[in-house]
Design a protein around this ligand. Structure first.
Ligand SMILES: [Zn+2]
Length: 316
């Protein structure tokens, strides 16, 4: 199978692990559910060892894409939706367990953006904002064709920028964050407080009811996409960039999500002349974008160094 990276995609509800080779082939994919009962690191370490032991070529290292915030200087993470991890030293933990120095940490939305820029809807775009709209909302930036981390690794922390300082309290501690209006679970929750009922009160069910004409569902999706549009336009205007690739579970709802989003983005941008003709694109990669993006953190560093890294594991 050639040279492979262990790719780790840490989201709000699950952690995906897989091997990714230099041709972006994905194998040995596993998912671990995030909950408060499980010792998450022990589970990850156990699966990682099992997976890495299956590599027949060279083990290139570990690429991590994690929900934020991150602390790049210490290689640690504090995902908003994983309370058991606060400044958890994930880079050193992987180094110890897998005996490799080659561990690269990126935000999960940055990893997604990197994957879409390299292989998907963002190919050939010099300046790109990537966004994941799912259980949480995150962003990642490519500037001048290069992954942009920011000082601490959290560039375009878009889900937690406030658009209403008297707004809904957010899990991050602020008020009126984009995520409190526009994430899948928050839209379902807002609808529920307005009397919407469903056997499975998820965003998928909300979108389904909106397609059937349910007025509460339509109203909440309209407000959620408006909040998202304000967040997108604020970010694009700050940076003067015009192309966005959006992915994540919520964006897969189809026209019921995209039509109001496009309308609100156009409306929010209409007074800013340099934002005419914003280019909103749907992600092209499938569910493996997260692990491919995580692996690209390692693979692109190797490419940029133009050398073969220390070979930690030589088999076959
Ligand atoms: Zn927040």
């Amino acid at each position: 199978m050639g040279n492979q990276v262990l790719a780790v995609d840490i989201g709000a509800t699950k952690v995906a692990l897989a091997l990714v080779d230099e041709a972006m082939g994905v194998s040995e994919k596993r998912e671990i559910r995030v909950d408060n009962e499980t010792d998450l690191w022990s589970e990850i370490a156990r699966h990682s060892l099992e997976i890495v032991n299956k590599i027949s070529g060279n083990f290139l290292g570990v690429g991590i894409g994690s929900a934020g915030p991150l602390h790049l200087s210490t290689g640690s993470i504090s995902p908003v939706n994983i309370p058991q991890w606060r400044k958890f030293g994930i880079v050193d933990s992987f180094r110890k367990v897998l005996q490799t120095e080659y561990v690269v940490l990126h935000g999960d939305a940055l990893a997604f953006t990197h994957a879409e820029h390299r292989l998907g809807a963002g190919q050939g775009v010099e300046n790109l904002l990537g966004m994941v709209v799912s259980t949480g909302i995150g962003g990642g930036l490519i500037l001048n064709n290069t992954v942009f981390n920011g000082d601490s690794g959290n560039a375009s922390f878009i889900g937690h920028h406030t658009i209403n300082f008297d707004g809904i309290a957010c899990a991050c501690g602020r008020y009126g964050c984009v995520e409190t209006y526009a994430s899948g679970p928050r839209m379902a929750e807002i609808a529920r407080t307005r009397g919407w009922k469903s056997d499975s009160p998820s965003f998928i069910a909300l979108a389904e009811d909106a397609r059937s004409g349910n007025s509460t569902a339509l109203e909440v999706i309209d407000e959620g996409t408006r909040a998202l549009a304000v967040g997108i336009v604020n970010t694009l205007a700050t940076l003067d960039i015009r192309t966005v690739v959006l992915g994540g579970g919520v964006t897969q709802a189809g026209d019921i999500f995209w039509n109001p989003l496009r309308e609100h983005v156009k409306n929010e941008a209409r007074f800013t002349s340099f934002l005419e003709n914003l280019d909103l694109r749907s992600a092209q990669l499938d569910r493996d974008a997260g692990v491919i993006g995580a692996a690209l953190g390692v693979i692109s560093e190797i490419e940029s160094l133009d050398r073969v890294p220390n070979l930690n594991k030589q088999r076959g």
